[in-house]
Design a protein around this ligand. Sequence first.
Ligand code: 6PG
Length: 471
Amino acid sequence: MKAQFGIIGLATMGQNLALNIARHGFSVAGYNRSPERTKALMERVQDEPILPTYSLREFVVALKTPRAILLMVQAGKPVDEVVSELFPLLEPGDLVIDGGNSHFSDTERRIREAQSRGLFYLGVGISGGEAGALHGPAIMAGGDQEGYVRVEPIFKSIAAQGLDGPCVGYFGPGGAGHYVKMVHNGIEYAIMQAIAECYDLLKRGLGFSPPEISEIFSEWNQGELESYLLEITVNILRTRDPETGGFLVEAIKDTAEQKGTGKWSTQDALDLGAPTPTIAEAVFARIVSALKEERLAAERILAGPEPRLPIPPGEFLMDLKRAYALAVVTAYSQGFRQLRDATAEHGYDFPLAEVARVWTGGCIIRARLLAEMREAFRREPSLPLLLLAEPFRQFWKEGHESLRNVVCAAHKAGIPVPAMSSVLNFLDAYRTGRLPANLIQAQRDYFGAHTYERLDKPGKFHTHWEEASRC
Ligand code: 6PG
């Protein structure tokens, strides 16, 4: 019997997806370059229909035609290496699915290559980490629609259940699926950074212990702010270090790594001219965190205030919760805005309500608020900024003073809050009808004759500033 589905790349994500797919009744052939991982998968198999293979050729022959093959290999060169070995072994009509975090432009290139060989190719963002892969991820697909239709039943059966069904979406041709996943990760970075800033303010600013902070976050997580990222943070903060007996989080080195999706999201936002400063700040915050040695040296040179918040904790906690809520809604607002802007530039056409629906379950940024986000985009599909719609504008109304209090207090105490202060800067700029950019235009025209527009009449104007300023 030939297998209905194939997976190349059997690290944890690949193994877990193989088990998930097989447990839903689809037979799976697995292949990994180093056989140890294939063997490790087979040790986990009970009675799931999984067939191990030990060469690419054996793998290809083991699959029912037309084949459907999921690549779960590291993004970048490893995907190109597998693709260049695999494509020549396939037949027209076969389907290759890249389930890693590939850059959307790499996916577009590989789709062209696949099409020239008569193959179908999908770029699919799979979110939810190891547990999601095993029990139900969110799946953001893009690429050849004909290929997608073939594997949709498998995706739907293995995905998490969210609002109105499985968290699976087809978001259009080319790299659309990987684009949505990239922006998902940008939002993920911003929310993680906002949570980390709250933790720092509570820890260094108010002297709370990890389990006390865990309790606070747990209370936040009871209501409309309920989210996966908050939930895991609650658990992290109460976890003990078996080696020292202290809290494990305090033993972890304060340098955040990154695989690139947040950076790519920001790079493309810059190319598009999409306003995602909070996502960008979260990427820069990771970059600064990585400069551990330099930070330790600078700590001794650049003295600053004591990182203490001289505020009654009760009052501050109310402000912090509202500030956090506004920061989270802004992170999503910026991400959805990027998806909207990418439509014109990259030729995608993201149905934002459907993106929000797919994110209601399985993925890392799943949160209760996504149901309301979906409604907001259903009412107004091309809403420029989520925060302009109800109920999200309430987050501004009820939260902006609190955010000001938090950011001011943090700045005074010398505690960095790049995500939260960027939220405030962004929203204050966005709601200001007249910004000081008129002066920037005048400066550009002064030194570069770049011209400027006027408020009172149409056209482009240039002034000989040296001359004119002498009169
Ligand atoms: C997900 C995660 C997942 C992974 C990221 C982490 O949606 O399941 O986003 O894709 O954890 O690769 O990215 P960084 O290494 O860049 O933090």
